[in-house]
Design a binder for this molecule. Structure first.
Ligand SMILES: *Cc1c(COP(=O)(O)O)cnc(C)c1O
Length: 483
């Protein structure tokens, strides 16, 4: 065989294997670009509408030849950095704000350079132990027993899906049962739970919304009554979904009671703590989340309450065996696994994923490098800032507030002297967002347009809450005065 073509191809593909000197040069350029971004961040608006048409990036198509890195960094700057919400901002008080903890970026860089195959234990034993250590650390501060196991996911939605499927398998439900299977939740349950049910093939199951109390918590007595009613009706009570902090109002369902009911009725208790579970790291949070340890499955989002950048969720399952039964698999081409790592479980046996990034390193690095204490302090600080905002905004004439925050979200609205209140609050939301010193998002509660402040960005401190109070007062007055 003539091997000239092979040699030719080798010469053509050589840019894929960068030499050391070039790697160093690239890294320096990227690090410098990142640094400039971070240094500019505090001076920027939280939300920046695109200055350039975002489709402009399409004007620079992929070519057969490479382009110098500097030019590409300029494109990233122009089209990616300069538009949208700046997640690391101190003034980001909208939705549930993720942070941009820098050591996590370094962890991701290292994890990708080292590039271990974490789907299968024997190919990455230390990396899997590192992820297990992160999961165990969470299980310990939450209070989940040693028999639990879990998985580091890309986020809370995937973690909710894993919880729902594990619950479905543990209950031994089959397709013919789905229309009679009942899930108990509330109108405040995150939509990713309904989405998970649909992806799990269970769209037809009964989704029973349990009434809320005045603080937006599930009413435990109504849950008990609903279960009894469903049993009388020949349906199959199956799953209780409690929220450890809802996205709209931050309300923590009565988890202690839900745990007791689930145990007594032999139902699976899934707790969605994507927003709130991490608050168990600090004392007031631990009190607010009492009973969370009773969950059969629990979702946490390190990219919310552990200040990680996007891409970090987690699920813990009390009975590790149940998680394994839902996700373990077998394949001929993976037969070496059994001989090379007999007693260890591979992450892919706990998740729908096989090949996936090493997600634990960013968390491990940040926790080890900085210590746990700053995280505890930050979470308690965010809770107190929300209480501070709640106390102060109701002193401003015209503003009325929702319940005292369980965690770090406050709902409120302005009651105008005349005109349509919803229209006023819509304009107020837009005016604050446009101003840019802080970013708030709104929701609908009891049919009314409601503003919310969600304090969870690592960089949000008291002075920024004071700015939020000032901006709200200023904008409300301007709208009142009809300009
Ligand atoms: C954010 C959130 C989710 C979804 O998590 P993602 O990480 O965005 O996928 C689920 N439940 C609650 C309560 C949340 O706040």
């Amino acid at each position: 065989m003539d091997t000239r073509r092979i040699e030719e191809l080798r010469a053509l593909m050589c840019p894929l294997e960068a030499p050391a000197a070039l790697r160093r040069e690239w890294l320096q350029q990227v690090a410098e670009h990142g640094e400039v971004f971070l240094e500019r961040l505090p001076g920027r608006k939280v939300y920046e509408p695109p200055l350039e048409d975002p489709r402009g990036i399409l004007q620079s198509p992929f070519g057969e030849e490479g382009v110098p890195l500097e030019e590409l960094l300029a494109l990233v700057g122009r089209y990616v950095e300069d538009a949208g919400i700046n997640l690391g901002s101190a003034g980001h008080l909208g939705f549930i704000p993720p942070s941009s903890l820098y050591p996590a970026a370094l962890g991701d860089y290292l994890a990708t350079v080292i590039n271990r195959y974490v789907g299968v234990y024997f190919t990455a034993p230390g990396a899997v132990q590192m992820e297990n250590m992160v999961l165990r650390w969470m299980a310990d501060f939450v209070g989940v027993p040693a028999a639990a196991s879990g998985d580091l996911t890309s986020g809370g939605s995937l973690a909710n899906l894993i919880g729902v499927v594990t619950a479905r398998e543990a209950a031994g439900l089959r397709a013919r049962d789905y229309e009679r299977a009942v899930v108990y939740l509330t109108e405040q349950t995150h939509h990713s739970v309904a989405k998970a049910l649909r992806i799990a093939g269970m769209k037809e199951c009964v989704q029973r919304q349990i009434p809320l109390d005045a603080g937006f918590h599930m009413q435990a007595a109504a849950l008990t009554a609903a279960i009894a009613e469903d049993r009388r009706g020949g349906r199959i009570p199956w799953l209780v979904v409690g929220s450890a902090g809802t996205t709209d109002t931050g309300a923590v369902d009565p988890l202690e009671e839900l745990g007791e009911i689930a145990l007594r009725e032999r139902l699976w208790l899934h707790v969605d703590g994507a927003y709130g579970a991490m608050f168990a790291l600090c004392e007031p949070g631990r009190k607010a989340l009492r009973g969370m340890e009773r969950a059969d499955s629990l979702v946490l989002d390190p990219h919310k309450g552990l200040f990680m950048p996007c891409g970090s969720g987690a699920v813990l399952v009390r009975d590790g065996g149940a998680l394994l039964r839902a996700y373990a698999y077998d394949a001929h081409y993976l037969q070496d696994e059994g001989t090379l790592a007999k007693d260890e479980i591979s992450p892919s046996a706990h998740s729908p994923e096989l090949t996936r990034p090493l997600r634990g390193l960013r968390i491990w690095l940040a926790l080890k490098l900085l210590g746990v204490q700053p995280f505890r302090a930050a979470l308690e600080e965010k809770m107190l800032l929300a209480r501070y905002f709640h106390a102060r905004i109701q002193e401003v004439p015209g503003f009325e507030v929702g319940p005292r925050p369980d965690l770090s979200i406050v709902t409120f609205r302005y009651r105008p002297q005349r005109g349509d209140a919803d229209e006023f609050n819509r304009r107020l939301t837009a005016a604050v967002q446009h101003d840019g010193r802080v970013f708030l998002s709104s929701t609908v509660i009891g049919g009314a347009h409601t503003l919310r402040v969600a304090v969870l960005s690592a960089t949000t401190h008291k002075e920024r809450i004071d700015v939020a109070l000032e901006v709200l007062q200023e904008k409300a007055r301007a709208i009142e005065e009809g300009e």
